[in-house]
Design a protein around this ligand. Structure first.
Ligand code: SF4
Ligand code: SF4
Length: 488
């Protein structure tokens, strides 16, 4: 998410976890939370407590009262005043996130990483249609929509099911989501249900008018992909001349409309040498967030596997991003889970350094929170695939991650919640202690866990090593350099 009020409200995450632990410590509270079996019921009780909704039945009143007593009791030792708690819970996005955590703890207890009753975030590949031809496209996007793309009615049903499950945020991706005429009506509907909404786009279609329409539809964050600091580098990778200028114009239009904006880059051999210029470009454009995607050789990316970075290159890149983030003028995040390891180990070495407890969201914690940060990093747990995040394809198929083409089920045919609760691959992804999990030897397994999509792309096994990690340097040398002749 971008730097906005929601992030500010979530600043003190370490305290929130300590706090939720206390809330769930009471057997009675746990019993009630279990009785409120749907996150939506918990969310409603929180809304009644925050004073934004009214209880309609005596039962609702009683539940809200019990929830209020439990959460105030949990907050008291932390010095959190009831009014501050109520203000915090006025935001529907915060209530959804809280409900999913509370329900997860009620159901599974405190686990490392935390198991949740629904993902916080769903990335929805809204359409496979795209106007560019990017070499690294994980979706193998095409100039036409897929024949089995969901109808408008089915898309609305997806929103209903995600709302029912308690999902807090949806990120529309693709293909190019702005090419799809259903995007704005679906976003508007999702916004009315309290979701935080983001769009990941190539930026070329964001005219000033489109930017205003996106904002009016309730979209809060727009992330534009740019793969090089110059038109020459970007256009070569994107396969269309002029794509760079149009992406920059689109990003500026989104910013001018008051949307939170991010600049996303996929790190490969094509642009690793100009990453410092990319950061400078992001600063010059005054984006709220700069995000570096880890290349996963899947989809069209399989054809350019030699573009993948070796473990040492990746380690250098993560350290570079960490140093740039310390400058403090911009959020810098990545999809490489090892970034949390770099952050925590740097903070241990250098007194006063900032800690980011996760690789994918900027949740800066002051160094004195090192202990709390450790609990938080283990709670969030690095790779979020199938735990705090999953993806949905344009035909409603559910995957653990956009980069992991494993069909878990279909929202329309099988039901989102049923798949989330029961799918076997998801159970495997949630277990960091199983003996046949490649990272089970590593002390960072709860805060990193390795990118499971990269493991799947290289080995066809979600429990295999993430060859991007420095711990697997020998394995990378053996498999990649010797057998495939990849530059490292
Ligand atoms: S071995 Fe696995 S858990 Fe440990 S740092 Fe590497 S990828 Fe992360
Ligand atoms: S598999 Fe995990 S770390 Fe890799 S891209 Fe997906 S969520 Fe991120």
């Amino acid at each position: 998410m971008g730097k906005n009020n929601k992030d500010k409200a979530l600043q003190n995450e370490a305290e929130i976890i300590a706090y939720l632990n206390r809330v769930m410590d009471s057997t009675f509270a746990r019993f009630i939370m279990k009785k409120l079996s749907r996150p939506k019921s918990i969310s409603r009780s929180l809304a009644i407590y925050a004073g934004v909704e009214e209880a309609k039945t005596v039962k609702e009143k009683v539940h809200a009262k019990v929830v209020a007593t439990a959460i105030e009791k949990g907050a008291a030792p932390l010095g959190v005043e009831p009014q501050a708690l109520k203000d915090f819970l006025k935001d529907p996005y915060i209530r959804k996130g809280f409900s999913v955590i509370i329900r997860g703890i009620a159901e599974y207890g405190i686990t490392k990483p935390q198991r949740l009753s629904a993902p916080f975030l769903v990335v929805w590949n809204f359409t496979s249609e795209c106007n560019l031809r990017c070499k690294h496209c994980y979706a193998s996007a095409t100039p036409h929509p897929a024949p089995d793309e969901l109808t408008l009615e089915e898309k609305m049903e997806v929103v209903d099911q995600l709302d029912e499950a308690g999902v807090a945020a949806i990120s529309f991706s693709g293909g190019e989501p702005l090419m799809n005429k259903h995007l704005l009506p679906v976003a508007e509907y999702a916004s009315s249900k309290g979701f935080y909404l983001a769009v990941a786009t190539n930026g070329t279609l964001i005219t000033p008018k489109m930017a205003e329409r996106m904002k009016d539809a309730g979209i809060g964050y727009v992330e534009v992909s740019i793969d090089g600091p110059t038109a020459e580098i970007h256009d070569a990778f994107r396969g269309v001349k002029g794509a760079f200028d149009r992406a920059i114009t689109g990003l500026k239009n989104a910013k001018d409309a008051g949307l939170t904006v991010g600049l996303a880059t996929t790190a490969t051999h094509h642009n690793i040498g100009v990453m410092a210029e990319m950061v400078e470009l992001a600063r010059k454009l005054q984006v709220d967030r700069f995000i570096v995607f880890s290349f996963v050789p899947t989809g069209r990316g399989r054809e350019i596997v030699e573009e993948d970075l070796g473990p040492e290159e990746r380690e250098d890149l993560m350290n570079f991003l960490y140093r740039e983030w310390q400058k403090g003028d911009m959020q810098i995040v990545t999809t490489s889970p090892c970034y949390a390891r770099i952050s925590v180990s740097n903070a241990l070495k250098n007194a006063g350094a900032k800690i980011s407890p996760t690789h994918f969201a900027d949740l800066e914690l002051p160094a004195e929170y090192l202990e709390g940060a450790k609990a938080l990093t283990e709670f969030i747990g690095g790779c979020g695939a199938g735990r705090i995040y999953c993806s949905i394809e344009e035909n409603g198929d559910i995957q653990p991650c956009v980069f992991m083409p494993i069909k878990l089920g279909n929202v329309i045919k099988d039901g989102f919640q049923r798949v989330w609760d029961n799918n076997e691959v998801l159970q495997i992804l949630r277990d960091r202690d199983s003996s046949d999990y490649a990272c089970s030897f590593c002390s960072y397994r709860y805060i990193c866990g390795g990118c499971r999509a990269r493991a799947y792309a290289y080995y066809g096994d979600v429990k295999a090593p993430d060859l991007g990690c420095i711990m697997y340097k020998d394995e990378w040398d053996k498999i990649i350099r010797r057998e495939r002749g990849v530059r490292i």
